[in-house]
Ligand binder design. Structure first.
Ligand SMILES: [Zn+2]
Length: 280
């Protein structure tokens, strides 16, 4: 098999990583990264300002080019990572950079008005981060109801899926069979086994950033293998969290020995279907 070597200077530790990208990945330049944040390093994602936006978008686009990634969805987390900032970033290169919106569900009238504005401004998803709401707050249901009317997928962003957030995903995915609910970071290393029963539902999906890399090296890998055997890869979606993670995620995907078609589903087609974007 043809091997292509990419030398990647890792911003966070200034070391040079040599990563092999096999023919399968090199052939395709159409991967979609459905969840990423701007920042020179992963630890500085909260420090990006309007002033350095063009430079940060440029850094991201360069990394995307290196790793064969055509599209990325910037994922804000209000109030520390502003939706307006990411909307502005997407305007720099609207063909390749897209944005989700993060909205505080209270007061509800304001939240609904803001959601409508972002939809008119071409946002591609609604992000719910567990630091921003109480999972039993009825405002969440009303905001999600409106987002589903607009056919927006719902992202659940958390480091480790809590029992309360898990119950929220369970409730919303039951109430809204036509919704698309995406658990980012696969729910975390220890959250993933809890998320698994929900992934068997037609409307619940898992984005692989951060956790896949840990999972493939962990005894919990058996949960991933069982899932792939049982339901295939249609519920796994490529995401990165940060562009510095691209080499590790590509390596982790290689470690689970996917055939070309399965790899294509995770990196391209599943995302296209969820985001309803015509990337072909
Ligand atoms: Zn994130």
């Amino acid at each position: 098999m043809l091997k292509v070597f990419i030398h990647d200077v890792r911003a966070e530790d200034n070391i040079i990583v040599t990563c092999s990208v096999n023919e399968m990945q090199k052939e395709s330049t159409m991967t979609t990264d459905i969840h990423t944040h701007l920042g020179s390093e992963r630890m500085s994602i909260h420090n990006v300002t309007e002033h350095d936006l063009p430079e940060q978008v440029d850094i991201l686009l360069n990394r995307m080019d290196t790793f064969g990634i055509r599209h990325a969805v910037l994922t804000p987390i209000e109030p520390s990572i502003s939706t307006k900032l990411y909307a502005e970033a997407s305007r720099i290169n609207p063909e390749r950079i897209h944005y989700a919106c993060s909205i505080n569900p209270r007061p509800l009238d304001d939240a609904q008005k803001l959601l409508k504005e972002y939809v008119n401004d071409h946002t591609v998803a609604l992000v719910l981060d567990d630091k921003m709401y109480h999972p039993e707050d009825p405002s969440i249901d009303k905001l999600v109801d409106q987002a589903i009317e607009y056919e927006l997928p719902i992202y659940f962003h958390s480091d480790q899926m809590s029992a309360a957030t898990l119950a929220l995903v369970d409730r919303l995915s039951t109430i809204y069979p036509t919704g698309k609910f995406i658990v980012l970071h696969m729910g975390g290393l220890f959250g993933f086994p809890q998320v698994l029963p929900l992934i068997t539902r037609d409307n619940v999906f898992c984005e692989i950033s951060v956790t896949l890399v840990r999972l493939v090296e962990s005894p919990l890998r058996m949960f991933l293998e069982a899932m792939i055997q049982e339901i295939g890869v249609s519920k796994l979606i490529f995401g990165s969290e940060h562009h510095s993670e691209y080499p590790d995620i590509m390596a982790a995907l290689n470690m689970i020995n996917l055939n070309i078609e399965s790899s294509r589903l995770i990196r391209q087609q599943n995302a296209w279907q969820l985001l309803k974007l015509d990337y072909c």
